[in-house]
Ligand binder design. Sequence first.
Ligand SMILES: *Cc1c(COP(=O)(O)O)cnc(C)c1O
Length: 228
Amino acid sequence: MSELGQRYRSVVEKIASAAESTNRDSEQITLVVVTKNHPDQLVYDLLALGARDFGENRDQEAGPKAKQIAAESSERFNWHFIGQLQTNKVKSVLEYADFLHSLDRPSLLDELQKRTTERENALKVFVQVNMTEDPERGGVNLEDLMPFAERVLSSPGLELVGLMGVGGLGVNPEREFERMAELSGKLQAIAPEANKLSMGMSGDFETAIAYGATHLRIGTAITGNRPT
Ligand SMILES: *Cc1c(COP(=O)(O)O)cnc(C)c1O
């Protein structure tokens, strides 16, 4: 088997055993393979291995990639937009993304509301939470989270699926995952169906599973180092 195939299988097995050891159903956990900075071929190779969810963080790269692959392949799969999204890129991202993990500020919500009113299928969104004191890290502050979530819930073109966290640099991930799980409980008190949690990357996805992650965003552990 190719190295890519070995790494993919190894991550899938680790997810299954982490789920089992924490009494979770691995069917409830989605592996989003982060394909950013890699050529289209990587997506084709991953599709052949059985991957059906892919993550990208820049529209300039993801837009052409998604269009090219849609034109060449009849495979059905999901694109997850996971990076900071500029409002002037919303229109483009809405053409291919099935999920947005990084709904992180009111101006982006305004733009999404404006552009999704006519949409047939609601865009599935995670609200990105900023658990650090650093506003540069992106994400909605804890004190603004519930009112912001309520605004999303009242947007007909958006479906709030849950919360997303990006680990703070140099912070103990367990503490953050635990906080995310608490916040998810609070959110589910007002929106029971918004029960998904996007957290966990190559270095910490097994820990994230223990804290209830439902969407793992895994790049290098599967793809190897990203070309720069
Ligand atoms: C690149 C990226 C990932 C994947 O990171 P790896 O360490 O390669 O697994 C996950 N989430 C976001 C938001 C990213 O930009």
